[in-house]
Design a protein around this ligand. Structure first.
Ligand code: KIV
Ligand code: ZN
Length: 548
């Protein structure tokens, strides 16, 4: 095998010296994230159990909702919107169980501005330490005319009456709150929107949620709308402004960020961004944007326990049966996986070269280096080290050649592939014979013929033979080259990895003058693996006879 030197420039690695991966587990750019003095809290209102549960095919049973709610409490969300109690007895029961059993966050129930809805919502949550009624009505003309078949004046009055009724139910409960949402706020005529917001605050709402119900807004516009609400609603200081953005244009997170910049202090969001149609603001994205870009959010923070982000993401995905796209920000399988050689090299030397946050922050153990034909020696050495192999530069070069050969045939190289390559390549005895090439002609009506090219001290020698099968033919052809006939006593093959392109590892036992020798060979081609195992055994015999 022709060896290259480590000094050779490697196109799959970046430039520079290798330093320990462990030395770079902390980011220098992120400082003192938990020190929130002078910083206001952004309240995280999770609506996975209400808006995301409306995703087609995502319906959950009561136990599943309860488990997710408990996990949301561990994530430390501020408010859990547990459901829409009037919608079904099952939803009522689920909201009630969550209100009774989940401690920590406020438990919120949704209702239309209809008395029986509000009564049901309160009935489900009233025993929670911190219950919240969330009542809503469409305030855009499209909704007022198209859904409620009403007019602005009537809707304003009904919204005020609903908030007042909800407030009256909360009266005896010190922890209870009322939230009001003018649905489709972004398509609502602004002066009417201000009027509705002012009137519902006067009626007792202490949280005003501004929904971009159809995901129509763009960030500058949405940020301006929130600023205009602050400027045009006289009693706005008596309420927290919340935002609830849908993702129809892929702008839900960007719109929520623009709203925070304009003074919004509650963000409604869902795990994995699930929700009606294209979904809602993704909880993990908004939280990690605020955390990672503290330089842009100097005055705000969230209380989210970010190490629960990936665990809850997987739980929601599994329970709702909705897979996470691999390239999904923060929680996708590829979010912390590096496959190009230059990126792998950079991340191994200093993680923040290609990662803006540490995987540990979101509950992952470590970044992933995906070994592929694009990987360089540095990535290979890093993975081998993790598997317990410390190789010399010469061995690395030799293994790397083999690694690239296998990686070209397979898309990804797994640890088991590496183990097989190591067993096959790292030999403690000299390789007097090496398989250079092998060719098989076989079929149902012809005797199989195998041709081998074997490197010897006199150069490559080619021989061919027929046999009882292609492996037998290969062994006979190798015997003709090596002239050290052996007695084969055992032959076994196992698949080391999975799939059609799996590596097969052949182990054989041969007898030589009373000694048993074991030979190993691995390849994605089992005839080649068999020939390598035989040559390995021959090399051991040569070593025992002449060099030991
Ligand atoms: O998208 C929306 O407007 C809603 C409301 C109920 C807040 O989900
Ligand atoms: Zn919604």
């Amino acid at each position: 095998m022709g060896l290259t030197t480590t000094e050779e420039p490697d196109l799959r690695d970046a430039e520079g010296d290798l330093t320990s991966f462990a030395q770079h587990t902390q980011f220098t750019t992120i400082t003192d994230k938990e020190n929130h003095t002078m910083s206001e809290q952004i309240f995280i209102f999770d609506t996975t159990l209400r808006d995301a549960e409306q995703t087609p095919g995502a319906a959950l049973n009561l136990e599943e909702k309860l488990e997710i709610a408990k996990h949301l409490a561990k994530l430390n969300v501020d408010i859990i919107e547990a459901g829409f109690p009037i919608s079904s007895p099952g939803d009522f029961d689920a909201v009630k169980r969550i209100a009774d059993e989940v401690t920590g966050p406020e438990i919120c129930a949704l209702s239309r501005i209809i008395e029986k809805d509000i009564t049901a919502a309160w009935g489900a949550i009233k025993d929670a330490p911190k219950p919240r009624i969330h009542t809503f009505v469409g305030t855009s003309d499209i909704h007022i005319v198209g859904i409620t078949r009403s007019d602005r004046e009537a809707i304003l009055k009904r919204a005020v009456d609903a908030v007042a009724y909800a407030k009256s139910l909360c009266a005896g409960h010190p922890g209870a709150k009322v939230e009001f949402s003018p649905m489709d706020a972004t398509r609502t005529e602004p002066s009417y929107l201000y009027e509705v917001v002012e009137a519902t605050i006067n009626a007792g709402a202490t949280i005003i949620n501004i929904p971009d119900t159809v995901g129509y807004a763009i960030p500058a516009e949405f940020g301006q709308l929130i600023a205009d609400i602050f400027a045009n609603v006289p009693n706005i200081d008596q309420a927290v402004i919340s935002v609830h953005c849908h993702n129809d244009l892929g702008l839900a997170v960007a719109n929520s960020i623009a709203a925070i910049k304009s003074g919004a202090r509650q963000v409604e969001c869902t795990v994995n961004g699930l929700g009606e149609r294209a979904g809602n603001t993704a909880l993990e994205e908004i939280v990690m944007a605020i955390r990672t870009r503290q330089d842009h959010f100097t005055d705000v923070h969230t209380a989210i326990n970010t190490v629960e982000i990936c665990p809850i993401s997987r739980r929601v995905s599994r329970t709702m049966g909705i897979p996470i796209q691999p390239n999904k920000a923060i929680v996708g399988a590829n979010a912390f996986a590096h496959s190009s050689g230059i990126h792998q090299d950079g991340v191994i030397k200093q993680r923040d070269t290609f990662e803006i946050m540490a995987p540990e922050e979101v509950g992952l153990k470590e970044s992933q280096i995906i070994l592929s034909p694009r990987s360089g020696r540095n990535a290979l050495r890093h993975r081998l080290h993790a598997l317990g192999y410390d190789v010399t530069p010469e061995q690395l070069n030799q293994i790397y050649e083999r690694f690239i050969e296998v990686a070209d045939k397979k898309k990804e190289i797994h640890d088991a592939d590496l183990e097989a390559i190591m067993a096959d390549e790292v030999r403690s005895i000299p390789e007097v014979f090496q398989l250079e090439y092998i060719q098989v002609v076989s079929g149902t009506k012809i005797s199989p013929t195998t041709t081998v090219g074997v490197r010897t001290e006199n150069g490559v020698v080619e021989e061919a033979s027929t046999g009882d099968g292609p492996v037998d033919a290969a062994y006979k052809a190798i015997d003709r080259v090596a002239k050290i006939p052996l007695v084969l006593t055992d032959y076994s093959i196992r698949s080391v990895t999975e799939g059609k392109d799996a590596i097969g590892e052949v182990t054989i036992k041969v007898q030589d003058n009373g000694h048993t020798m074991i030979g190993h060979g691995a390849s994605t081609d089992i005839i080649e693996a068999s020939a390598k195992a035989y040559i390995d055994a021959i090399n051991k015999v040569v070593h025992l006879r002449y060099e030991a």
